[in-house]
Ligand binder design. Structure first.
Ligand SMILES: [Zn+2]
Length: 239
């Protein structure tokens, strides 16, 4: 998927709008409950279900706990089928709220938190980007692209000393320096900026907002910029 093993799960899940496995599992159980509730009373499965409910069995307790989380537990007592669409919306809402709360506490996802507010599929995931472009987009968003700000962590370099070695600005090589400020990439950056500045008063925006708009409105152009810039960087640093 273009991620390495240190990719934060919250980013991977959030940009794809995936349902957590627990939600998928709960939905399977609720669908099974609906099937049983639709069965004739003389079916063995239905009789076992009735016995389990009456004796407060494990299955009954599990499904009760799941329904309590959705506020629909009364349906179980009334033995009414659960509206799948309703329960799905409730789970999605809960997933989004938990995700929004969790990303606030991940330092690595500071930028991600600024540019991503809604749990759901992102343009760069839907676009038919090459594996390289896709991977660079995903890593930049997740704060795991191998810039000095990230690689310096592995060798205990102080944050303020994780400088860019490709220019004379004496700035920390973080994603904003890489994308917006490092003069080493000026020539390839100009085309990208020209393109988006026709649509918005781009230069007046905060860096986070600029990044958000690149991903949203100029996905392909931005991914191409990342690919070229990253290739230039590799050549300059390792050849
Ligand atoms: Zn630089």
């Amino acid at each position: 998927m273009g991620f390495h093993k240190f990719a934060p799960t919250l980013d991977v899940m959030g940009d794809r709008g995936w349902e957590p496995s627990e939600v998928r599992w709960n939905m399977c159980i609720i669908r099974l409950l609906n099937r049983i509730l639709g069965m004739n009373a003389n079916r063995i499965s239905r009789q076992v279900f009735e016995w389990d409910i009456t004796s407060n069995g494990v299955w009954a307790r599990d499904i009760h706990d799941i329904l309590v989380r959705t506020g629909l537990e009364d349906s179980l007592f009334r033995k009414e089928k659960i509206e799948i669409g309703v329960v799905k919306d409730i789970f999605f809402q809960q997933t989004q709220e938990k995700w929004a709360s969790d990303i606030c506490y991940k330092t690595k996802l500071r930028t991600y938190h600024e540019i991503k507010h809604v749990y759901g599929l992102e343009n760069y995931v839907m676009y038919n980007l090459s594996k390289k472009k896709y991977s660079l987009c995903a890593q930049l968003r997740a704060g795991i692209l191998g810039l000095h700000i990230e690689t310096g962590r592995y060798v205990d370099t102080a944050v303020e000393d994780r400088l860019c070695s490709l220019c004379d600005l004496h700035e920390v090589e973080n994603k904003m320096h890489f994308v917006f400020y490092c003069p080493f990439y000026d020539s390839i950056r100009q085309n990208l900026f020209k393109k988006i500045d026709k649509k918005f008063e781009f230069l007046w925006l905060e860096d986070f907002e600029k990044l958000k708009r690149f991903f949203k409105y100029e996905t392909y152009a931005f991914a191409t910029f990342l690919e070229r810039a990253w290739s230039l960087r590799r050549k300059a640093m390792y050849s």
